[in-house]
Write a protein that binds this ligand. Structure first.
Ligand code: NAP
Length: 466
């Protein structure tokens, strides 16, 4: 058999998921001079970029400029995008095995973790991911509804996603109107009666997962003040010693910012964002109509585990927070893919350095790889995916060198395209996406916004005259 990855016999790779990790894997493969690679990238949405489009907050436009890098990768002649094509629905693993030497799963973490408390499934209790995908115009969530007539809202968790949610709830319609937030969300939020937003951390300020610039930004909102309770932002003795042992400057600055918030006087702004620490929800209360009417909180104290990590422990002190709307923001979670070994506990594809592992033999499955959040779990910023993708791509290249690839019957570009056309005649190419992108930006210009998104697949198809 001719060696795979040379001129006459290019390495054919299918990447499932067009988010940042998918693009970074493609980029790393393309940089190998000695290897001729053809990448076909599949996504169930017609639009690429995963969480850069559907996760990054609309008021964080600068972060989205990373898409220029992805455009450059996609402009390679040996790159193809098959959007609006769902793995497991339109194309199966068996189909892909016919056409590719390697398959790399980069599907991210599409759902969220639960708190596991009574009342969590009441109406007006939502996941942050649902709210985030809604305001970002993801077709799956455009019909979601949130009762923004409630005056008090709790966001559980103090990661960057929780801060995004709290910030979007705190922004004025004027602030939001400058962003690419979905039109329907802009409309709904402009009627919002939300006045108090509680951000709830189960540990102390030194353990808050949000980053320092995000903490600072909360103090710069046009019509929302930010507050914290002095006794909750004062460091306990365990956190103080941990910080003395490891004086991380970003954490020190973050604590200072939170302590400044605790000193804030009333500002006359119409909304208030209250940061709470060392509290855990133990129950969401019902208003007898199946809707959230409040939250029971327990006060926590910190203890050190044997490994030295500071964990929260419930005390016997409780309080009630009269909130009518709750968003849990306690972490994303990966979703299993048909036929792909999955670690249920961690919500990731079973893998070693990106090589998919057979759960029975504990050996790598030939030709199958993974990168990004579905490989390592939902941690890190967009840039974290670059070294992570490089690790996976390195395994892919090593395996090609020793002949460990799938043996596709029809590795030609045209054969794969024919398959896609037969399974999903309405697939989107990258050129289709670029046309859609231009239309969105043009619609946005007229309204002084970065873009106005298409939020339903039918509208995207219609916009391209299909
Ligand atoms: P995260 O950073 O892991 O934060 C999860 C939060 O949920 C933590 O505060 C965690 O507290 C808390 N939590 C977990 N289980 C809980 C429970 N049962 N009860 C109460 N609280 C609980 O996750 P994320 O906010 O979803 O963000 C995911 C990743 O995307 C992060 O790496 C984040 O930095 C990144 N991101 C970055 C940006 C940005 O750069 N602007 C924006 C959005 C997201 P413990 O720490 O106590 O476990």
């Amino acid at each position: 058999m001719t060696q795979v990855g040379i001129d006459a016999n290019p390495l054919r790779v299918a990447i499932i998921g067009a988010g940042p990790s998918g693009f970074y894997v493609a980029d790393h493969l393309f940089r190998q001079r000695e290897l001729v690679v053809e990448v076909d990238m599949f996504d169930r949405l017609p639009t690429p970029f995963g969480l850069v489009r559907a996760g990054v907050a609309p008021d964080h436009q600068k972060i989205k400029s990373v898409t220029k890098v992805f455009d450059r990768i996609a402009s390679r002649p040996n790159f193809r995008f098959y959007g609006n094509v769902e793995f497991g629905a339109h194309v199966t693993l068996a189909d892909l095995r016919q056409h590719y030497h390697q398959i790399c799963y980069t599907t991210g973490a599409q759902t969220d973790r639960h708190m596991g408390i009574p009342g969590e499934n009441l109406e007006r209790s939502h996941s942050a991911t649902e709210f985030v995908t809604w305001y970002n115009g993801h077709p799956d969530c455009r019909h979601c509804t949130f009762d923004l007539s409630q005056e008090r809202v709790a966001v559980v968790g103090v990661g960057n996603v929780a801060v995004d949610v709290a910030r979007i709830l705190s922004r004025t319609p004027e602030e939001l109107a400058k962003t690419d937030i979905a039109d329907y969300a802009l409309d709904a939020l402009s009627y919002s009666r939300v006045k108090e937003i509680y951000l709830l951390g189960r540990r102390g300020p030194a353990q808050a997962a949000f980053t320092t610039p995000e903490a600072k930004e909360l103090g710069e909102l046009m019509d929302a003040s930010v507050a914290a309770l002095p006794e909750e932002v004062e460091l306990d003795s365990l956190s103080r010693s941990a910080l003395e042992r490891n004086p991380d400057q970003a954490t020190i600055r973050k604590i200072e910012i939170l302590q400044e918030y605790a000193l804030h006087k009333s500002t006359g702004k119409s909304r208030k964002l209250i940061m709470r620490f060392l509290v855990s929800p133990v129950e969401l209360m019902d208003n007898d109509a199946g809707q959230v009417a409040g939250m029971r909180l327990v006060r926590n104290e910190l203890y050190a585990t044997e490994a030295g990590t500071l964990r929260p422990r419930h005390t016997d002190q409780f309080e009630e927070l009269p909130v009518g709307l709750v968003f849990r923001s306690v972490g994303y979670r990966g979703v299993p893919l048909p036929g792909v070994p999955f670690n249920e506990k961690w919500g990731v594809i079973l893998n070693e350095k990106g090589r998919v592992i057979n759960p029975e033999t504990r050996q790598p499955v030939v030709g199958k790889y993974t990168a990004g959040w579905i490989k390592r779990g939902p941690t890190g910023v967009i840039g974290t995916n670059k070294p992570d993708a490089a690790e996976t791509a390195t395994c892919m290249i090593e395996d090609v060198a020793v002949g460990l690839t799938l043996r596709p019957q029809q590795p030609e570009v045209a054969a794969a395209e024919q398959l896609v056309r037969a399974c999903q005649p309405n697939y989107f190419t990258y050129a289709d996406w670029l046309r859609l992108d231009e239309l969105e930006v043009t619609r946005g210009k007229a309204a002084g916004r970065p873009r106005i998104k298409f939020t339903c697949v039918e509208d995207m198809l219609a916009a391209l005259g299909r």
